[in-house]
Ligand binder design. Structure first.
Ligand code: F0G
Length: 352
């Protein structure tokens, strides 16, 4: 069994790297494509459903795919510092890879709207964290301007190397299935990942690695659904804080992917997100973060449109451990406290 070398080595011919590129890697990628039969059985037809569990990346989200490349290229160019705006996951990934590559990492986050685990990561990895009194869109505007005027490299997904790295998620899906799925369901925030997946499927298709392309099905949270409604949202609001974004940077590219693939954008409510989040955990044993569950919530919402016999892949972008507060607050399960430490008391509580 050969060990996984990280995604830059694994997909080197498909990526913009040379022998001069210093590879900064945490051996990201190669995440499992897990069948979810309990969820598939809720769809009244013969369908195969898988989740691409990208929450198993080194910092717990798909951002590591983009960050290994963005940071390697920044280092190649001689950068000493990187900067990003983030709803949390990008900041964790940027911090981890930048520090590993010997660079400073500046991150701007919306004050009060970043899940606890993500904040803990950014701080411990050694990022310089600025919480701003504004939302993600405000923060992104500032860091774009910063990167124009100061010696800091922008590592948000407007950095083209981010998308180049993230497209490997599509490669892995095709490598695992032997072809592209019929549908690719994916949460959409800043719209980088849907763009990257589409790039990956198209590139693999051109290389003859698959003989079809999936419909790209993007899902936004109802309170932060600018692409669905067709206009920016000034005050985006959703408990899925990762995708609490009102004016996505890759808006046009995402629309282009949806149109070329004959896919669609739809919105899911926070209640639908939470239902899918609980279902994934309690019936499939898969703990993702709320934003990630938007892909499964969306698939279930538009399930009538899934063709009979179809193969569907839902991308689970982040790990549930990122956001323990939401898990505890919105879990319908409870633990029994104050149980006496004796066998009879325990057995009684268990109902035996
Ligand atoms: N899922 C998770 C867990 C995310 O963290 C994000 C984006 C998305 C989905 C949406 O991906 O932006 O490419 O459409 N998080 C960014 C961040 C914005 O700052 O961590 P997208």
């Amino acid at each position: 069994l050969k060990s996984w070398p990280g995604l830059i080595e694994a997909y080197r011919p498909y990526l913009p790297v040379t022998s001069d590129t210093p590879v900064v890697t945490l051996l990201e990628g190669n995440t499992p494509l897990i069948p979810v039969p309990a969820i598939a059985s809720r769809i009244g037809r013969q369908v195969r459903v898988f989740v691409k569990y990208d929450g198993l990346n080194p910092t717990g989200s798909f951002k590591d795919r983009g960050m290994t490349l963005a940071i390697s290229k920044a280092k190649e160019a001689g950068a000493k510092a990187v900067i990003c705006a983030s709803t949390g996951n990008t900041s964790a990934a940027a911090a981890a890879y930048a520090r590993r590559g010997g660079m400073r990492a500046f991150v701007l986050i919306p004050d009060g709207y970043v899940a606890l685990g993500k904040l803990a990561q950014a701080l411990l990895y050694g990022a310089e964290v600025l919480a701003i009194k504004g939302n993600f869109d405000d923060a992104l505007k500032i860091v774009r301007d910063m990167a124009q005027s100061y010696p800091v490299t922008l590592v948000n997904s407007v950095n083209p190397f981010r998308l180049e790295g993230q497209k490997t998620g599509a490669f892995e899906v095709v490598d695992a299935l032997g072809n592209a799925p019929d549908w690719l369901c994916i949460p959409v925030g800043n719209a980088g990942n849907i763009t990257a997946y589409w790039m990956g499927f198209c590139q693999y298709h051109q290389e003859g690695k698959c003989d079809r392309l999936p419909k790209m099905m993007g899902f936004q949270a109802a309170g932060a659904a600018p692409i669905v409604t067709g206009k920016p949202v000034a005050h985006p609001d959703t408990l899925a804080t990762a995708i609490r974004i009102g004016n996505p940077a890759s808006w046009e590219k995402a629309i282009a992917a949806q149109q070329a693939s004959q896919g669609a954008f739809n919105a899911v409510t926070d209640e639908e997100i939470l239902a899918a989040y609980r279902l994934l955990a309690s019936e499939e044993g898969i703990f993702c973060e709320p934003a990630s569950a938007a892909s499964v919530a969306g698939m279930l919402k538009v399930q009538d449109q899934i063709p009979n016999g179809a193969t569907v892949v839902c991308v689970l972008t982040g790990n549930g451990l990122k956001d323990p507060d939401t898990a505890i607050k919105h879990c319908e399960n409870q633990f029994k406290n104050g149980v006496e430490p004796v066998l009879s008391a325990v057995a009684e509580v268990m109902g035996f």
